[in-house]
Design a protein around this ligand. Structure first.
Ligand SMILES: Cc1cc2nc3c(=O)[nH]c(=O)nc-3n(C[C@H](O)[C@H](O)[C@H](O)COP(=O)(O)OP(=O)(O)OC[C@H]3O[C@@H](n4cnc5c(N)ncnc54)[C@H](O)[C@@H]3O)c2cc1C
Length: 455
């Protein structure tokens, strides 16, 4: 059993680190964070990763618990649905949820990170920047930290270490050397590139701002999320190799030709497209699963360090923030009995983080391909009709993941059952009026029980 006078050391001041630190310090622990980058409030750091994030119920709940959501919602833009852009420039809007409350929010990653660090520091968390963790002695939790200015390395004794150091975690790197440590990483054959649509005259958005825009093109796609300054942050998802691929986009002329022929309406809004394209890095996407997440009540992995997922369900940080919620609930229940907390944390979370990892890969196909298919859009309408007739019983998979805090593994399982029902109900129809409601009644009564919906 550890006492509160001991210090909890967190590695990584990305998104999960400062949120967890806040929760710990609010409960009376001393918390220190070690971050390899310089302080982004003082030094401009190239984004390198998505400029903004889609935030939904799980993330919002965690921010609310930390007393931050009221402030954060001022810098977040509600997105009510997907706006699909066809190759001809035709637009189709598909709402995400049933009403104006079921929306997701576009938020700047940097602003969210800064707000979290500010709040953590105001409450007494000490963040040490330019301190790269180069290793840890898992028997004693002594950390090896390298000073970014001098290159000097020193050892820091610590009581409890939580690795919030992202998908390339140094803490996990040490755990990999342990006997019987399970680890898998699966890269997509796709990469991504950030681009920008600038604001129009007088700083206004040049596309509908309450939507997530998608240009689905079969095996690749472009998306755009609104920013509060009138710009849109775009991400191009494209294979590494092949006829339509990053390998082929190797000159400014090739990039311009590709965009003008595939995304003509977006290309017209991107005056600096080629410069942007070559200035920004090409990012990889990976799913990481591992276990155990902890060593002897001394060391734990949390967030992407334990379970990195691909970004297509917009759940990476929502899932990480849910880790924080769950971890703090265990701390409230058990006190600082770290070994017990770490064990219960992993056994409850891993099954769910594995589930969202699989759902995220599956959603890639939906976003880049199926959203352009009229029959898919019809199924979505039927889903919403079933949800209003059977509230709390038939809840679309997207809604279970995004608008509720239903465990991901339940969303995955019920989602599979509901998909089969939809296939049966939508087989030979393309109008809601033709839906066989008695068959729907029977299927739902036989297969679905009411869902516990914590909001
Ligand atoms: C293209 C893209 C789009 C995404 N979109 C969404 C979205 O819309 N919605 C969503 O919920 N999620 C999204 N995600 C996922 C989300 O970005 C991650 O889940 C989230 O950033 C994980 O937070 P984290 O704190 O665990 O790790 P990170 O945010 O990666 O933070 C880790 C921190 O640790 C530091 N660090 C790393 N190694 C060391 C070391 N050795 N020593 C000290 N410090 C170290 C890093 O500098 C960093 O500050 C997206 C991801 C990508 C790549």
């Amino acid at each position: 059993m550890t006492t509160k006078s001991e210090t909890v050391s967190l590695i990584g001041a990305g998104l999960n680190g400062p949120l967890l630190a806040l929760g710990l310090i609010q409960r009376g622990f001393r918390v220190e964070i070690y971050e390899r980058r310089p302080d982004m409030r003082r030094v401009r750091i190239s984004a390198g990763r998505s400029i903004n994030l889609a935030l939904s119920t799980r993330g919002i709940y965690a921010l609310d618990q930390a007393g931050l959501w009221d402030e954060m919602r001022n810098i977040a833009i509600p997105m009510k649905g997907r706006m699909m852009h066809s190759a001809k420039g035709d637009l189709t809007f598909q709402p995400y949820g049933r009403d104006e409350i079921e929306v997701i929010y576009s938020i700047s990653r940097a602003e969210l990170n800064i707000a979290l660090m500010n709040s953590a520091e105001q409450r007494g968390v000490k963040i040490h920047f330019q301190r790269r963790c180069t290793g840890i002695d898992l028997k004693t939790a002594a950390l090896r930290l390298q000073d970014g200015h001098t290159g000097e390395e020193r050892t820091l004794e610590s009581d409890v270490v939580i690795g919030c150091d992202g998908s390339a975690s140094a803490i996990r790197g040490e755990m990999l050397k342990l006997n019987r440590f399970n680890f898998s990483q699966q890269y997509l054959d796709y990469a991504y590139k950030e681009l920008t649509i600038p604001a129009g005259p007088s700083g206004k958005h040049v596309l509908e701002n309450n939507a997530l825009h998608i240009w689905p093109r079969g095996n690749y796609m472009l998306i755009a999320l609104p920013n509060v300054d009138g710009t849109f942050a775009c991400i191009l998802f494209l294979p590494f190799e092949g006829p339509d691929s990053f390998a082929r986009l190797n000159t400014p002329a090739a990039v311009l030709e590709f965009f003008q022929s595939r995304f003509p309406d977006a290309a017209r809004l991107m005056p600096d497209l080629a410069d942007n394209f070559f200035a920004n890095p090409t990012g990889t996407m990976v799913t990481i699963k591992c276990s155990p997440w902890h060593v002897d009540g001394r060391v734990l992995l949390l967030g992407d360090a334990a379970h990195a997922i691909v970004p297509f369900f917009g759940q990476g940080i929502n899932c990480g923030f849910e880790d924080c919620t769950f971890f703090l609930e265990l701390l409230d229940r058990h006190g600082a009995d770290w070994k017990r907390i770490f064990t219960e944390f992993e056994s409850a979370r891993k099954i769910n983080t594995d589930a969202i990892a699989d759902l995220a890969v599956e959603n890639f196909v939906e976003m880049r391909d199926r959203v352009a298919d009229p029959h898919f859009l019809f199924r979505k309408k039927v889903e919403l009709a079933l949800e209003s007739k059977y509230p709390g019983v038939f809840v679309p998979k997207y809604a279970m993941v995004t608008f509720h805090r239903v465990p991901y593994v339940i969303a995955l399982k019920r989602g599979e059952m509901q998909d089969l029902m939809l296939t049966e109900l939508c087989a030979r129809i393309d109008r809601i009026e033709d839906l066989d409601w008695s068959k729907a009644d029977r299927l739902i009564r036989d297969e679905l029980t009411p869902l516990e919906l914590a909001s």
